[in-house]
Design a protein around this ligand. Structure first.
Ligand SMILES: O=C(O)CCC(=O)C(=O)O
Length: 253
C-alpha cells in the first residue's frame, strides 16, 4: 500500500484500485459468470446473490490472493490474514438497495483503529467490479469516514430509499476493486443503469477471527501454498490446524 493509499484509506474507510484486473482476467471472470447466471433460477431478477464462487473455476480461485489487493490486505489485517467468505451479486435496473452498518460505534468483528502507526481492521471486503459502475448508477455507497464515527446514525441517514447527501455512491470501471473496512457505514443503492451490475465480494479477516462461521477445505482444489494459507480456519500465530482430522501441530516458527 502506498503512503497515499494508506492516507486515503484511513480518512475515508475505502480505496478504489482501478485496473486491478487485467483485460484477460476480466474476460475469464465474466465468461464464467455468464454461464452461472444463465443457469440461475432467475437470471432476470432485479438482484440475485451467488455463493461458492471458488468452485466456479481457477479465475475465481486466483482472486483469493490477487497481487493487486493482497499487499493492502496484509497491511490492514496483519500477517496470516484469511479469506472469511465470498459471494457475488448481479443487479438489474430496479434492483433494490439497502444501507447497513457493521461497526458503528464499535464492534470487535468490524472494528477499525490505528495504533503504533499501524492500521488494525476486523472484516475487510474486496468488491471486484466485473461491469462498469457509472456515476449515478447505484450499487456500492458509503458515508466516507464513518468507520471512525462514535455515534449510531439517525434513521433519516440510514434509509437509502431516500439517501441523504452524506451517502456517496462510489463509481468505478469494470476491472476495479473497492477495498473497504466493514466498520464503514455502507450499503447498496438501487440500480438505475440499463447494463447490469456484477460484483464479486471476497471478505477477509485477521487470522484469529471468523465472521461467516464455516471454513474452506484447503485441499478441495489445486490451490497454491499461499492460497491454502489464506483459506485456513482461524488460528493462533503459533499453532495452525492441519487439514481436517489431522489434529494440531505447533508451527516451527
Ligand atoms: O456493494 C454493495 O452492494 C454493498 C455490499 C455490502 O453491503 C457488503 O458487502 O457488506
Amino acid at each position: 500500500m502506498t503512503e497515499e493509499e494508506r492516507y486515503f484509506f484511513d480518512v475515508r474507510g475505502y480505496l478504489v484500485i482501478e485496473n486491478a484486473l487485467s483485460a484477460d482476467e476480466l474476460t475469464a471472470l465474466n465468461t464464467l459468470f455468464d454461464e452461472q447466471q444463465a443457469n440461475a433460477p432467475d437470471p432476470q431478477a432485479g438482484r440475485a446473490r451467488y455463493l461458492e464462487l471458488i468452485g466456479w473455476g481457477k479465475p475465481y480461485r486466483d482472486l483469493i490472493d490477487h497481487p493487486s489487493v493482497a499487499p493492502h490486505l496484509q497491511e490492514m489485517l496483519g500477517e496470516g490474514f484469511r479469506l472469511d467468505h465470498e459471494y457475488a451479486e448481479h443487479m438489474r435496473e430496479g434492483g433494490a438497495g439497502e444501507l447497513h452498518i457493521n461497526g458503528t460505534p464499535y464492534s470487535t468483528m468490524f472494528h477499525y483503529h490505528v495504533a503504533n502507526d499501524k492500521i488494525h481492521c476486523g472484516l475487510v471486503a474486496v468488491a471486484w467490479a466485473l461491469k462498469d459502475v457509472p456515476p449515478g448508477a447505484g450499487g456500492f455507497c458509503c458515508i466516507p469516514g464513518s468507520h471512525k464515527s462514535s455515534f449510531a446514525p439517525p434513521t433519516s441517514i440510514t434509509c437509502v430509499g431516500n439517501p441523504t447527501p452524506g451517502v456517496q455512491q462510489i463509481a468505478c470501471s469494470a476491472g476495479s476493486a473497492i477495498i473497504f473496512t466493514e466498520a464503514l457505514r455502507h450499503g447498496t443503492l438501487a440500480w438505475q443503469a440499463p447494463a447490469q451490475r456484477r460484483t464479486l465480494f471476497y471478505k477477509y479477516s485477521p487470522r484469529h477471527a471468523s465472521w461467516w462461521g464455516t471454513f474452506y477445505d484447503p485441499e478441495a482444489y489445486d490451490y497454491t501454498e499461499r492460497q491454502q494459507q489464506i483459506l485456513r480456519s482461524p488460528y493462533h500465530s503459533r499453532v495452525w490446524k492441519n487439514p481436517p482430522g489431522k489434529g494440531y501441530v505447533v508451527s516451527p516458527a
